[in-house]
Design a protein around this ligand. Sequence first.
Ligand code: HEC
Length: 121
Amino acid sequence: MHTKLRLLLLIFIIGFACSSNHDSDDPTPQKEDNKDSSGEVTFSEHIQPILSTHCVNCHGNSGGISLSNYSGVKAVVDNGRLLKAIKHEDGVSPMPKDQNKLSDEKIELIESWVNTGAPNN
Ligand code: HEC
């Protein structure tokens, strides 16, 4: 084959490959971080690790408020104090006590879990 023709053919193939690449770009938006593929926030995967890191030192199994197990956490969800405490709202002691407020991301995770009924999942 003539060299010039080969070159033309090559350019044509490259052009075609590039344009078809664009067609296959995935238009679906990126899923949010920290959530599993179903978008569900779970106690075991999301909530418990946050509480273990920031709360369980002071709220272990002994004493009034235990945040090391589901039933203890559920109790403060049900009396409304968990969200108020981590959001530093009036009427409850701000938590974690004497430490920085949790990140917005962590508060949002806990809040959305509470809003779905605080399931033991
Ligand atoms: C340094 C110790 C410490 C840490 C860390 C801590 N707490 Fe507390 N928490 C306390 C103490 C002590 C109280 C009792 C009230 C007070 O003294 O302010 C309390 C009370 C609470 C209450 C009841 C508040 C009220 O006014 O009724 C909730 C809910 C609570 N903590 C949740 C949490 C959560 C959630 C975390 C983690 C994000 C956390 N705590 C981290 C020490 C701690």
